[in-house]
Write a protein that binds this ligand. Structure first.
Ligand code: ARG
Length: 471
């Protein structure tokens, strides 16, 4: 019985937009798998805008009468208002946003609506709408990323001289400043913005006028439409125009890379906020308590930013896999292009803003950061460097001697700075009391003045430079 439901539904009428040679409508399951209007209605504003520009161009070229053009443009304005006020009824049997709008246009203005599709196909139409949509989305992502950079830079500005352990292999390595650490993310985000800006350039080329795949015999003016829609140019090859989805892939790849950066910052925030570290305190606004353990303040927002990176990576993989085997030009597989892009854009809107809020609210705990420096012989490299500089010992030998001194401190259960001079001199007699000047993490940080290094004086300049470059 169940199977019967899945076979042809004779009661259904053929699609009114293209069903001229069809005797019956699709099976219920065909209608369901084929319909994209559930998600592509998000393209309505771009679809209407592109249709209006297309109609204006057709009229300017004498392909449409001014009367029909005016009716089309006005009718589309009405439809936009209907959609925005929630009055418009999207129908799954009309498949997608394009046919829903065109069908409503026919109800509103009659036969003139049928002239809108002259010299156009849904293939160039959807590619154009989608590029316009992504362009708008990219124009919202950039200021959001800039705002996150601003939050990080402001926080870094407060902590240009706050010292903390820097890690390699998650082992305390050398002391750094908290400001320097935060500015590392500002650089990453700067490259992310540059990647999106690059993606915008390649997105901003217009497929419209490629028609189904081969161009059209109507005397259209693609440069006219491109200009009206703010595209840099009409795409050069009609087959490429309707087939290309690398603009979407590029966006998804850029979003996935940004996701890895946000996720690393989120991971660090969860570590820093963990009681074992206690380097930062997160605000109540971006954490949540536990229903069973009253002492907890869980970094949920950070964890979700980290967790959502999975979908960002997945969305790229999904679309790349869909596109990779497709012969030119359009195939319905390509209808699968929209949901991953919408999802990544939505995810970024949330994760970037959550991150900016968390960073702004986060308070550093310099006392705990400093206490963590005591563990891990964090100035061992400075000790080795001192042996090279002050005692002219080759670095490899200095490294070896330092290893022995670290071992001694380990045995004594003290920091390097707490060792006795006499004990160190037993390891190498060239050591003098001047060595204590570099065993202090504060001095170690101050000495790292090479370009891009962590010395507070550098970080102060880096904050100013970041403001200039990014804000
Ligand atoms: N809804 C379709 C999509 O998103 C529009 C293009 C349909 N083109 C076609 N030849 N059936 O891909």
């Amino acid at each position: 019985m169940k199977n019967k439901k899945l076979s042809a539904q004779k009661s259904r009428t053929p699609n009114q937009m293209w069903g001229g040679h069809y005797a019956e409508g699709p099976s219920a399951i065909m209608a369901e798998i084929n319909a994209s209007v559930g998600f592509d209605q998000r393209l309505y504003a771009q679809d209407i805008r592109a249709s209006q520009a297309h109609a204006e161009m057709l009229a300017a070229q004498g392909i449409l009468t001014p009367k029909d053009k005016n009716a089309i443009v006005k009718g589309l304005d009405t439809i936009r208002k209907e959609i925005e006020s929630g009055k418009f009824k999207f129908s799954a049997s009309l498949e997608d946003v394009h046919m829903n709008i065109e069908s409503r246009l026919r109800e509103l203005i009659g036969d003139a609506a049928g002239r809108l599709h002259t010299a156009r196909s849904r293939n160039d139409q959807v590619a154009t709408d989608f590029r316009l949509w992504l362009r708008d989305a990219l124009d919202q992502i950039d200021p959001a990323l800039q705002d996150l950079q601003a939050a990080l830079i402001d926080k870094a500005d407060k902590h240009t001289a706050t010292i903390m352990p820097g890690f390699t292999h998650m082992q305390a390595a050398q002391p750094v400043t908290f400001g320097h650490h935060l500015l590392a993310y500002v650089e990453m985000l700067g490259r992310d913005r540059a990647r999106f800006a690059d993606c915008r350039k390649r997105t901003n080329e217009m497929p419209l006028g490629a028609a189904a795949l081969a161009g059209t015999g109507f005397p259209i003016d693609r440069a006219h439409t491109a200009k009206a829609l703010g595209f840099a140019k009409p795409m050069d090859n009609s087959m490429d125009a309707v087939s290309a989805r690398d603009f979407a892939l590029e966006f998804l790849a850029d979003a996935a890379i940004l996701g890895t950066h946000l996720s690393r910052l989120a991971e660090e925030i969860t570590l820093w906020a963990a009681p074992a570290f206690n380097f930062v305190e997160l605000s109540e606004a971006f954490t949540s308590g536990s229903s069973i353990m009253p002492q907890k303040r869980n970094p949920d927002a950070a964890e979700l930013v980290r967790g959502k990176t999975g979908r960002l990576l997945g969305n790229f993989t999904a679309l790349a896999t869909t596109i990779k085997g497709l012969a030119l030009t359009y195939a319905k597989d390509m209808q699968e292009d929209k949901e991953p892009v919408f999802d990544s854009a939505d995810t970024l809107r949330l994760t970037i803003s959550a991150m900016a809020g968390m960073v702004r609210d986060m308070t550093a705990n310099p006392v705990a950061m400093k206490a963590a420096l005591a563990a891990g012989f964090i100035t061992a490299t400075d000790l080795a460097d001192w042996l090279v500089r002050a005692a002219n010992i080759p670095f490899r030998d200095a490294h070896h001697l330092t290893g022995k001194i670290v071992r001694l401190a380990e045995e004594r259960g003290c920091t390097l700075g707490e060792l006795k001079l006499a004990d160190m001199q037993k390891i190498d007699k060239r050591i003098t009391k001047d060595i204590f000047s570099v065993l202090d993490p504060e001095n170690a940080v101050k000495s790292r003045t090479s370009f891009g290094g962590t010395a507070p004086a550098n970080v102060k300049k880096a904050v100013a430079s970041a403001r200039k470059r990014f804000l």
